[in-house]
Design a protein around this ligand. Sequence first.
Ligand code: MN
Length: 235
Amino acid sequence: MRPIIGLTHSIELDEVRLYANLSYPNAIIAAGGTPLLLPATTDESILRQYVQTVDGLLLSGGDDIDPQYYGETQLWQCGEISALRDCYELTLTRLAIEMGKPILGICRGIQLLNVALGGTLYQDLQSQQPDSLCHGQKQKSCYPSHTVAIVSGSRLHGLFGDDLAVNSHHHQAVKALGDGLVITATAADGVIEAVERPGLSYCVAVQWHPERLVEKQENAAHRALFDDFVNVCRK
Ligand code: MN
C-alpha cells in the first residue's frame, strides 16, 4: 500500500484561493506515496481527522509566519502573512506530533515546525545577518547555489554524508531552536539549514527545496529524502 502523505498549501487572494506547486505531489508520488492536499480550515476537529487519515505530514514552502507566534512584532522586512495558514499549519503540526505521525518540513516548513515547538526566526536574514551568504538565489530552483555541512550522526547524514549542495529561496531562517530540535545542517555562514527532533517517529525539516532539485536528473541524489520519509510513513 502506498502511504498517504498529507500536504499543506499556500493561500492567496485575501485568503480565498489555495495553491501548491505540483513539485510536492510529484516528489511524493516518485517516492511511492500518495499525496493528499489538506485544505486549510480553523476547525480543529477537521484538522484532527486529517491527521488521523494520513500516514505522514509534509509542511510545504510559502510565505512568512506571523512573528507574534514567536513573541516578536513585525519588522519592515517581514514578508506576506496568511493568518489562516499560520493557524492551520501550527495546529496540524501540534496534532501530528501528538499522534506520532511522521513530519517532513520544507522551507517555510522548517520555520513552521520550529515556531510550533516554541522556537524563533530571523524575520529577514539580509538585514538581521548582513554578513550572511545569498540565500535568495536568482537562478532557477532546480540548480543548487550553496552547500550545507551535515552533522554526523543525524538522519540526514545517513542519507547524504558530510556535505550537500542545495538551492536557497529563503529570506528568513531558524534563530533559537524549538523544544527538542537539534541542528543537522548549516550553511558556511552559520545559518541553520536543517533540523531533526530525535525521539519522535520521524521529524525532519530542511530549509532548501528538494522537491525542485529532483526535477533535474543530475540532482537525483536529493530523492533520498523523500524516499526515506515515505518509507517511514509506510510502516
Ligand atoms: Mn540557504
